[in-house]
Design a protein around this ligand. Structure first.
Ligand SMILES: NC(=O)C1=CN([C@@H]2O[C@H](COP(=O)(O)OP(=O)(O)OC[C@H]3O[C@@H](n4cnc5c(N)ncnc54)[C@H](O)[C@@H]3O)[C@@H](O)[C@H]2O)C=CC1
Ligand SMILES: O=C(CO)COP(=O)(O)O
Length: 338
């Protein structure tokens, strides 16, 4: 394992706070960087991130900063925990301060609009000097804060990087599995957010467990089909970062994507639903991006199309559901093809 004496976590939202705190509690020197100076001052004074993780007592040794250069100075490992919209900009800003060989890990579950790049691909483009990995899995930040037994996946073909991240994050309640299918792990993390919005809508409309079950199962088939066509290992989708994360995000009211879907299901418009949740819900943009990509590539994604119609074209849910249920069915039994 690489010798690690200093770590940075960029992004002071729910997940960045949880990651930084776990690493600090494991005895490492960690700085949590956030852009807002007032937040830094408040976190340092209260040892609590009141805006994103109220009630979560942060480790006494965790440091906070809004100075990117100072935060990154002499760091061997950097976690990028900002939403996908801000990701390239932050990676670009970090570039001058990261020497060759620095380990850079993305925790963001989104896709860049217009380029269809995953966050690790953005890291490779913006920071060609670093070693890249991705963390993804069923990791609700608020449950991590409660020390609920949790597992995640570190995805990279760099075994030493995986070992380093396992050592930094692993604990009695947090286990880190390694996977070489970085593309599949990362794509799964972005895709499942789409279906969590649909699951939130179904929950708000009291649709019952048969419906939730069919939604989760067909979502898994749809996302695996899409990812396999793009080169991911379909087996990845049977693991923590696939069905594991899909399940948690489609069933937990703690998920912000689920919450946006729930608000939509209660009858709010998209803008009002997003405002009500007040934190990032990556699935909204991802729905738009995947719909476009699937159409270009000719990949059958009926659930994505249905959600797109209700979210962006205000098509009534009842109409969309009828078209889904009454669509012509194939009698061929093919992998992922039902
Ligand atoms: N919260 C969770 O349970 C998990 C979230 N994730 C992923 O981690 C990423 C971050 O999510 P959260 O921390 O939950 O989001 P959040 O909404 O809780 O916080 C986002 C943070 O990013 C900061 N930010 C936004 N734009 C910025 C910019 N331009 N420059 C600097 N900082 C900026 C915000 O100020 C805020 O501190 C997302 O892609 C999400 O999908 C992954 C696993 C679990
Ligand atoms: O990715 C997550 C859990 O693994 C968090 O989901 P949300 O972004 O929907 O809150």
């Amino acid at each position: 394992m690489a010798t690690v004496t200093k770590i940075a976590v960029l992004g002071g939202g729910s997940f960045g706070t949880a990651i930084a705190n776990m690493i600090s509690a494991n005895g490492h020197d960690v700085t949590l960087w956030m852009r807002d100076r007032d937040n830094v001052e408040q976190c340092a004074r209260l040892h609590e991130n009141v805006n994103y993780m109220p009630g979560y007592r942060l480790d006494d040794n965790l440091k906070f900063s809004s100075d990117l250069e100072q935060t990154l100075q002499s760091c061997q490992v950097v976690f990028f925990s900002v939403p996908s919209k801000a990701f390239r900009d932050i990676a670009h800003q970090a570039k001058p301060f990261l020497p060759p060989g620095t380990i850079a890990i993305s925790t963001a579950k989104g896709i860049e609009a217009n380029t269809f790049k995953l966050m690790s691909e953005i890291l490779e483009e913006e920071l060609p000097q670093v070693r890249v990995g991705v963390i993804s899995g069923p990791n609700l930040a608020k449950e991590i804060a409660k020390k609920a037994i949790t597992a995640t996946v570190i995805a990279s073909d760099d075994s030493e990087l995986c070992k380093t991240v396992q050592c930094l994050l692993g604990s009695r309640y947090f286990r880190v599995y390694a996977n070489r299918d970085r593309f599949g792990v990362e794509l799964a993390g972005a895709l499942k957010n789409i279906y969590a919005i649909a699951a939130g809508m179904a929950a708000a409309m009291h649709m019952g467990q048969n419906t939730i079950s069919v939604l989760i199962t067909r979502s898994l088939a749809e996302m695996s089909r899409f990812a396999a066509k793009l080169g991911a290992n379909p087996m990845t989708f049977l693991g923590l970062s696939g069905v594991g994360d899909l399940f948690v995000t489609c069933t937990s009211p703690l998920s912000r994507n689920f919450q946006v879907g729930y608000a939509l299901g209660e009858g709010l418009g998209l803008e009002a639903a997003v405002a009500k949740v007040g934190q990032v819900a990556e699935g909204i943009n991802t729905t738009r991006i995947i719909k476009e990509e699937a159409e270009q590539l000719g990949i059958y994604m009926p659930l994505v199309s249905a959600l797109y119609e209700t979210m962006f074209n205000q098509r009534p849910v009842s109409e969309v559901l009828s078209s889904l249920m009454l669509a012509e069915q194939s009698t061929d039994v093919e992998f992922f093809a039902e």
